[in-house]
Design a protein around this ligand. Structure first.
Ligand SMILES: C[S@@+](CC[C@H](N)C(=O)[O-])C[C@H]1O[C@@H](n2cnc3c(N)ncnc32)[C@H](O)[C@@H]1O
Length: 247
């Protein structure tokens, strides 16, 4: 079995494995959040954009959207999907990505923040995002909660076929370490690959303390799943909306 970097082989079958993710509903939800919290937004940056599904949907709403992802293979897939020449796609670590451009809204969706396994990286991310935003800019991101890991890890143990690829996914939560592991065994033409994905499961309070520590943002909302009700530790997913403050 060949051990590979996260998303290097998975990129080939990511869209197939995620075919039931409600991206259209999610995009409409993000649109509502942007309209509510920074309606002046014209330019969006999606951090950890993966294969670019959300970018495609948001450009249809008329936004100019750029994307960043650490995985070269995921960006390659995004480039194959998005033919729009106005969309810039960058390979970079989101906690260090720099550009001279400014955005009205920066996004980081679908547990991607959980891939930053140290709070120091989250602090770097916040200060980086602050410098990427316009004066009234907002940062929208979600976290996957401990409740989600406990409730749904078993349901995430799946196997299947995507074209010429076969895959097995094992998902488990190490409660004491607040770490969620997803292991993928992917087979093509008799060759087997293994990817281990490690995500830190933060408490809501840890995220809010980090925001306070930077002094760069105000938490203007914290919503449960795809709703406008307050998110808490019993939500599977919590969307945070941070507003840039002047420093
Ligand atoms: C669960 S996928 C989500 C992808 C996309 N947002 C979506 O909704 O389909 C997590 C993504 O985070 C990216 N990622 C993980 N750590 C990253 C980092 N430090 N900087 C940028 N991207 C990162 C991975 O390469 C992967 O594409």
């Amino acid at each position: 079995m060949i051990q590979t970097q996260p998303y290097s082989i998975l990129a080939e079958i990511y869209d197939c494995i995620m075919k039931d993710v409600p991206y259209k509903k999610w995009a409409k939800y993000i649109l509502k959040l942007i309209k509510k919290f920074n309606p002046k937004t014209t330019h969006i940056l999606e951090l950890a954009c993966g294969t670019g599904t959300m970018i495609s949907l948001l450009t249809k709403f008329g936004f100019k959207v750029d994307g960043v992802d650490i995985s070269e293979k995921m960006i390659q897939k995004a480039k194959e999907k998005i033919k729009n020449e106005d969309v810039n796609l960058y390979i970079a670590d989101m906690s260090e990505f720099k550009t001279h451009k400014k955005y009205g809204s920066v996004l980081c969706l679908y547990d991607s923040i959980n891939y930053l396994t140290e709070i120091g990286k989250i602090l770097n991310l916040f200060s980086n995002v602050w410098s990427l935003l316009d004066e009234d800019g907002i940062f929208i991101f979600d976290i996957s909660t401990e409740y989600n890991s406990i409730q749904n890890a078993i349901a995430m143990n799946t196997k299947g076929k995507c074209g010429d690829y076969k895959f097995v996914r094992r998902s488990y939560f190490l409660r004491d370490e607040r770490t969620h592991i997803n292991e993928f065994e992917i087979e093509k033409d008799g060759e087997k690959f293994f990817e281990k994905h490690i995500q830190r499961i933060y408490k809501i309070s840890e995220i809010e303390d980090a925001v306070k520590k930077t002094g760069l943002f105000e938490v203007v909302a914290r919503y449960k799943n795809f709703t406008f009700s307050e998110g808490n530790e019993w939500s599977e997913r919590v969307h945070f909306i941070l507003k840039k403050v002047k420093v």
